[in-house]
Design a binder for this molecule. Structure first.
Ligand code: GLV
Length: 321
């Protein structure tokens, strides 16, 4: 129900109940009634101050152009902002908020889950049981690789990357990373810096992609890069699907040049490249990195706090533009 005395929020995606309740009890909310929230918004004929949405409601140029003129805030329930045309939002004077930090532990845990699932042949192991085809333990069965003693490379050593490093260190892994610039020693915590992804991939057994998708990083995992990798690389992608050239990764998985992949995200998802389904050395989940109660509650709260702070004219730490 839209009241005139409070911030008028259009809720374009569906969220877990406590998050929707938190929006309702803080703001004057109106929920999308159809599966076309952007079309609804464009024709809404009501004053709306802001929109909360997620990756399922991309805010590209045309969508932003069609927003009611009253909209001053776009609050994305995600840390990634590649589904938003930030230049267009900025040009219209719209503030954009996202959800850094609160999901970092959950996403890092998911990276470790994918790394272990890939290293320990999780897909084959689960299939064997679920197909009721397991005839008992034998010493040659499902032999995978151990992570202890191996080297992990993290492409994108931000908040999430550093939390992956912390956890991987506890598994007995050595850590290297690639960022635009080396981190201060108190953030790097002994992880070795490599200035380029090529230099990184040559020295690691496991490569985790934890960087945003930008013009510079899209397609960064391609045939050329994989050709420079150590034989038997494990690739984990918890960032964005379009960092990887699927054809190149699938070829490398089919020839065992890449030992296994742990994938949470896919180019063009949910339309996953069909060949991934046939590769037993792919351990994959449907973009569940931040799908824990803790992260999802935190994501709702950080957006509420951001809107309230913005209304008070304060600096909002998670304001993207
Ligand atoms: C999920 O992918 C996010 O960007 O939060």
């Amino acid at each position: 129900m839209i009241r005139q005395d409070a911030f008028r929020l259009f809720v374009a995606s569906r969220f877990i109940e406590p998050v929707e309740q938190a929006f309702t009890s803080t703001f004057s909310t109106r929920f999308a009634e159809t599966r076309e929230p952007l079309a609804e918004l464009a024709g809404i004929g009501a004053e709306i101050d802001g929109v909360v949405f997620s990756l399922d409601v991309p805010m590209r140029e045309a969508a932003i152009a069609a927003l009611p003129a009253s909209i001053r805030v776009l609050a994305t329930y995600s840390v990634g902002t590649d589904h938003i045309d930030l230049d267009v939002a900025r040009a219209r004077g719209i503030a954009v908020f996202n959800t850094p930090g609160v999901l970092a532990d959950s996403v890092a845990e998911n990276a470790i889950f994918l790394m272990l699932g890939a290293a320990r042949r999780g897909t084959e192991a689960i299939d064997l049981l679920r197909q009721r085809a397991w005839h008992g333990w034998n010493p040659a069965q499902l032999v995978g690789v151990q992570l202890a003693g191996r080297t992990l490379g993290i492409l994108g050593m931000g908040d999430i990357g550093r939390r992956i490093a912390e956890r991987a260190r506890a598994l007995g892994m050595k850590i290297l990373y690639c960022n635009r610039r080396p981190l201060a020693p108190e953030l790097a915590l002994g992880a070795g810096f490599r200035p380029t992804v090529e230099a990184l991939v040559r020295d690691v057994d496991v490569l985790v992609l934890a960087c945003p998708a930008t013009e510079q990083t899209r397609g960064i995992v391609n045939a050329e890069l994989l050709g420079q990798a150590r034989s038997g690389l494990i690739l984990v992608n918890i960032a964005r699907g379009d960092l990887v050239v699927d054809r190149a990764l699938i070829d490398a998985l089919q020839t065992d040049r890449v030992y296994a992949a742990g994938l949470d995200v896919f180019a063009g998802e949910p339309a996953i490249h069909p060949e991934y389904f046939d590769l037993k050395n792919v351990f994959m989940v449907p973009h569940i990195g931040s799908a824990t109660l803790e992260a999802r509650l935190g994501m709702g709260q950080i957006l509420i706090d951001a809107i309230l702070a913005w209304q008070r004219g304060e600096v909002v730490p998670n304001q993207v533009c």
